[in-house]
Structures are given as structure tokens and as C-alpha cells.
Design a protein around this ligand. Structure first.
Ligand SMILES: [Fe+2]
Length: 280
């Protein structure tokens, strides 16, 4: 294997991958090589551009920490997250649609009692959420774990503050026998995706704005059901049709309705898809 040139290099790399024991890994690597090489040929990639790309991805990696996931953000703003979600969650009509996970999820959030205040001392107008988790036949899903996380009135998640003593505006609720859960919180606000890293630089260098429409994140799990990762978007938000991470789905847009005292209420039903082979 000598004297490889631009006409023979791709096949040489693919040939070397041919003995990869894991069939899926072999398929993925072969496909990545084919597409990367095709991209370089189509662009007539220069050495300086390859180096710039390497430096960009290096910066993305260095920006990641326990509370910041710049690679998730990159996948989000390139539409790769939404494409992957769409391909893998083609649910029956009537099930709640999935959408992007986002970079601000933190595992092992605190369990909270039904009706508890999720927000703590987070700034914002008070609201409550009344949810019902059910199956496609309408039957309640009891003891579902409902993980919730959101931004505050300043458009920031707890992990974006350096001086908070602990988690804020995130928690886990459990549904009752009727499939219902409720919580108190504050209204989430639109927020710009983080602009202080390499993905922010990329966005500024291209077109578009960084503002995500106001939303609440949910991750709902229950035995016998597919895990639902989704967001509920606030009706009337000015950014619903220009979300920089392409996550908005019409079925996930809902009103937070104010009463005379200024308390906003969201009522939302989440319909889970049964896992194959777990029909009642
Ligand atoms: Fe978010």
C-alpha cells in the first residue's frame, strides 16, 4: 500500500476497515470515510481549512464540562439532533412527539412531591403545570418518572450560574394512580443558545439568531413504555418559527393561561408509546 493518491486513498482506507469485527462499527466507519472524503473532494478542501476544522472541533471539546455540552449544541444547531430524533421516534398518531434533548439535562435530579415548587428562588412569574401521563388508549400511566428542567426569567439554566449552591428549576415528579402530576414553577423565558463558545462563534459567522422560544423540558419514563424526551413550547412566543435548534413541533405548542391573580397554568397530556412486546 504505497503511492496512494487522490483517486486511490478512499478505497485503501475502506479496505483496511474490512476486518473490523463489530459489523455496525465497520458500517459506520466505512460510511464516515466515504462521506468525509466526498466532502473534501467536493469542497476542494485546503490544508488550512482542514487545520481550521480541527481547531474548531478541539475548541468544542475543550468547552465541554460536567455542566456544558458543546457537542450537543453543535449537533443541535446543525439540525443533526432533530434529524436523528425524527428518524428514531416515528410514533403512532396520538403519541406525544419527541424533540431534542438539549445541552442542559443533568441526570439524577432531585425527586419532588406532587405540587412542589420546582423553581426554588429562580426569578420569574409564578406558574403551575398540571400534567397527565397516559397510554395511547387513554389509560393512565401510574408511577411514571417525570423529569422536568427549564430556564428562568433571565433565560438561564441553573448550570449556567457559577454561584448557585445546588440544582434549581429542575426536579423529578412521579405520577399518581390517575397518571397525573403537578408542579409549581416560574415561566420559562426565551433564551439564546450559549454564544460564549465555538458554536456561538459559528452562529455569528453564519446567518440566523440564537434565540430559542420559551419551553419546558420533559423526560418521562415508565416500565413498558418508550422513554419520551420532549419540550412544551409557550404559545405566542415570537421565536416558534425560527428556533435555532429546529425543535418546535406544532403539537408541542401550548398556552400557559393566566388567571386574575397573575398565576399562569399549563395543562398538558403526555401520551407514551408502549414498548414492543409489552402490550397489556
Ligand atoms: Fe432548553
Amino acid at each position: 500500500m504505497r503511492n496512494l493518491n487522490q483517486d486511490t486513498i478512499t478505497q485503501a482506507v475502506i479496505a483496511r476497515l474490512s476486518d473490523t469485527p463489530d459489523a455496525r462499527l465497520k458500517e459506520v466507519l466505512t460510511c464516515v470515510v466515504q462521506h468525509l472524503h466526498a466532502l473534501a473532494r467536493e469542497l476542494r478542501l485546503t490544508e488550512a481549512e482542514l487545520q481550521a476544522g480541527i481547531e474548531f472541533l478541539t475548541a468544542v471539546g475543550k468547552k465541554c464540562s460536567a455542566s456544558r455540552q458543546e457537542f450537543v449544541l453543535l449537533a443541535d444547531v446543525l439540525g443533526l439532533s432533530t434529524l436523528t430524533v425524527a428518524m428514531n421516534h416515528d410514533k403512532p398518531a396520538g403519541c406525544t412527539e419527541a424533540t431534542t434533548f438539549g445541552p442542559f439535562y443533568v441526570p439524577d435530579a432531585q425527586p419532588m412531591a406532587s405540587g412542589a415548587d420546582l423553581a426554588g428562588d429562580a426569578p420569574g412569574q409564578p406558574c403551575r403545570v398540571r400534567g397527565r401521563v397516559c397510554a395511547l388508549d387513554g389509560g393512565p400511566v401510574a408511577a411514571a418518572q417525570v423529569e422536568v428542567w427549564q430556564s428562568d426569567a433571565d433565560g438561564r439554566y441553573d448550570v449556567q450560574y457559577e454561584d448557585l449552591p445546588g440544582p434549581r428549576a429542575r426536579g423529578v415528579f412521579s405520577t399518581g394512580a390517575d397518571g397525573r402530576f403537578q408542579l409549581r414553577s416560574v415561566l420559562a423565558s426565551p433564551y439564546p443558545v450559549p454564544e460564549d463558545g465555538p458554536v456561538g462563534q459559528l452562529m455569528r459567522a453564519s446567518s440566523g439568531h440564537p434565540w430559542r422560544p420559551a419551553h419546558m423540558h420533559f423526560r418521562i419514563s415508565a416500565p413498558g413504555f418508550e422513554i419520551l424526551v420532549t419540550q412544551v413550547y409557550r404559545q405566542g412566543d415570537p421565536y416558534l418559527d425560527s428556533d435555532p435548534v429546529y425543535g418546535v413541533r406544532q403539537s408541542l405548542v401550548a398556552p400557559w393561561v393566566p388567571d386574575e391573580q397573575g398565576l399562569y397554568t399549563l395543562d398538558f397530556d403526555f401520551v407514551l408509546q408502549r414498548r414492543a412486546g409489552s402490550e397489556p
